[in-house]
Ligand binder design. Sequence first.
Ligand code: GLN
Length: 385
Amino acid sequence: MPRTSHRLDAISESVIRNTTRTSDAYNAINLAQGFPDFEPPPALLDALVTATRGPFHQYAVTWGAPRFRRALADKITRTSGVAIDPDQHLVVTCGSTEAMMVAMMTACNPGDKVIIFSPFYENYFADTILAGAEALWVPLRPPTFHFDPDELERAFAQGAKAIVLCNPGNPTGKVFSRDELMTIVALAIKYDAYIITDEPYEHVVYAPYEHTYVHALPGAFERTIVCNSLSKTYSVTGWRIGYVQGPPDVIRGARKVHDFLTIGAAAPLQEAAVTALEFPQKYYDDLRDFYTAQRELFLGYLRQTGLPFTEPQGAYYVMLNIAELGFDTDAEASDWFIKTIGVAGVAGSSFFREPVQDYLRFHFAKSAPTLHEAGERLLRVREQR
Ligand code: GLN
């Protein structure tokens, strides 16, 4: 019998998506896979209804419907301060998930090396392997998740073709400072590497922290491949609309990869999403205020459990340190939390290269009643264990 690709031996199924299935099977509150339980903005839903009656039911232009790309370019120009050309700098994809795969396949030859910070969002390693590349690991050290610039330079010096940067960080909640990003850009220039960013939480950043766009830093634009998505900003994770943004030569390559992978993102959804991209600044301010409130609500309960946890500066994930609960593995802990407590979190080891078993990752992109219920359940951890 033929054997499937050896690339698949190196990667496992997504632990995040697996945890969702277990959570559903036991009717737990799913704080594992990060997505909202509330509705997208009403104006966006109205636009979707209107789009269903328009001429949007066949393929859009493979690299993105022109009206959508125009609105997207204007939005990125407004928020990052860098003029984005819809015809030269963008490819619309099926979520940031496809965008990252496209970025890797565009940037890398088989055998190339890609720097990944650990902990990391699990797709980065899978995408590296699927692109035929190899990972070079650099730790982000808890609790602040800082990196050692010398250690990072040693990784670049091994001939890295690219570095992947998740900012704001999933699962760390780290918002990279401008200085840290300048260090990364300087090394990428020195060693002539791409910076592949993943920035779906660009608008979920807690005061006093602020999001810095790497592509807006001096000397960065020509080597930065941005992967991003509308999923989190407009609460539409099921729409699967994302994009790759980069310099024209990269985008010419990315168009080819994307076209052969998926042809394109759903045309009626692109049409509807123009409405969201035109929202005023107030929408983004309200979004940040909303998540700030959810963060306080959820962290309030975690504090009462007495267990240590990471305080996110951005994004909506918390790493709860479960070491003192005495489980043999975090997978066992995740199972126990689902079945006994009724709240699902992701086993933290799936985010670490190092053998770390001390964390469960929970998210708080949920409505207040859901977070209150989850919080009340989590307060029972000590008496149940
Ligand atoms: N990014 C989200 C998370 O980390 C959702 C991941 C996914 O399943 N696409 O949970």
